[in-house]
Design a protein around this ligand. Structure first.
Ligand code: DC
Length: 231
């Protein structure tokens, strides 16, 4: 899938999948910065659809209505990598806990997945991208040059989410946040369409006991080895 430019190294497609709260967003952003690549947060795209569903009162179980809604939406990332929904910066609104649960529900719908699959492939097909999600290495770009599966224990992922939310002033308890992480894992792992799963050729990194720097160094060395072996 890599696209070789006339000069300079090939622009790779890097996939980072894994459950919620494993640290994917920060790791993907920082890895993309270091490689000089674009960062595509596919979860944010699912969240934008959920936000539109909630605002417009669309039935989240009506697949035909969801398909119509998707076709009417303009979803893209601006120059700050903030998600724009029909020209509005919704990067904060999509992080609301209610939207998180609704996102997990609509992410199981074929109409939503098919529409976003098309958009994600269009955004990433020229390479020079790090995409984060749940099915990037298995469904969206099964031929991605480098694939990672980033994970951590549910307790640790819940604890990280709790710290994040508390910092933002949210009224949540640790037990509640861990329970939410487990509930979302259940939905994401057991849905019929594109369940969360590790690609056979993905490099698995468990970040429970690792620092962000450790994870990034590990990933950079995998990318470097890939480049050397491809030369
Ligand atoms: O990564 P996140 O927590 O922002 O993802 C939000 C939801 O979207 C989560 O329930 C999983 C789902 N999702 C998905 O099904 N496929 C993706 N490629 C990305 C996210």
């Amino acid at each position: 899938m890599s696209v070789t430019a006339a000069a300079g190294p090939a622009k790779l497609i890097v996939a980072i999948d894994g459950p919620s709260g494993a640290g994917k967003s920060t790791v993907t952003r920082r890895l993309a910065e270091r490689l000089g690549y674009i960062h595509i947060d596919t979860g944010a795209m699912f969240r934008a659809v959920a936000l539109a569903v909630s605002r417009l009162g669309v039935d989240p179980d009506d697949d035909a209505a969801l398909a119509r809604l998707c076709r009417s939406l303009d979803i893209c990332f601006d120059s700050l990598n903030h998600l724009q929904l029909n020209g509005e910066d919704v990067s904060v609104a999509i992080r609301n806990p209610e939207i998180s649960l609704l996102t997990s529900r609509i992410a199981a719908k074929p109409s939503v997945r098919n529409h976003l699959l098309y958009l994600q492939r269009k955004m990433g097909m020229n390479g020079g991208v790090v995409l984060e999600g749940r099915d990037i290495g298995t469904v969206v770009f099964p031929d991605a040059d480098v694939k990672f599966y980033l994970t951590a224990s549910p307790e640790e992922r819940g604890r990280r989410r709790y710290e994040e939310l508390k910092e933002k002033g949210a009224q949540v308890t640790l037990a509640q946040t861990v329970a939410e992480v487990i509930e979302r894992d259940e939905q994401d792992l057991h849905r019929k369409v594109a369940p969360l799963s590790r690609a056979a050729d993905a490099v698995e990194i468990d970040s429970t006991l690792l620092t962000l720097e450790d994870v990034l160094a590990n990933m950079e060395s995998v990318v470097k080895n890939y480049r050397m072996s491809a030369e």
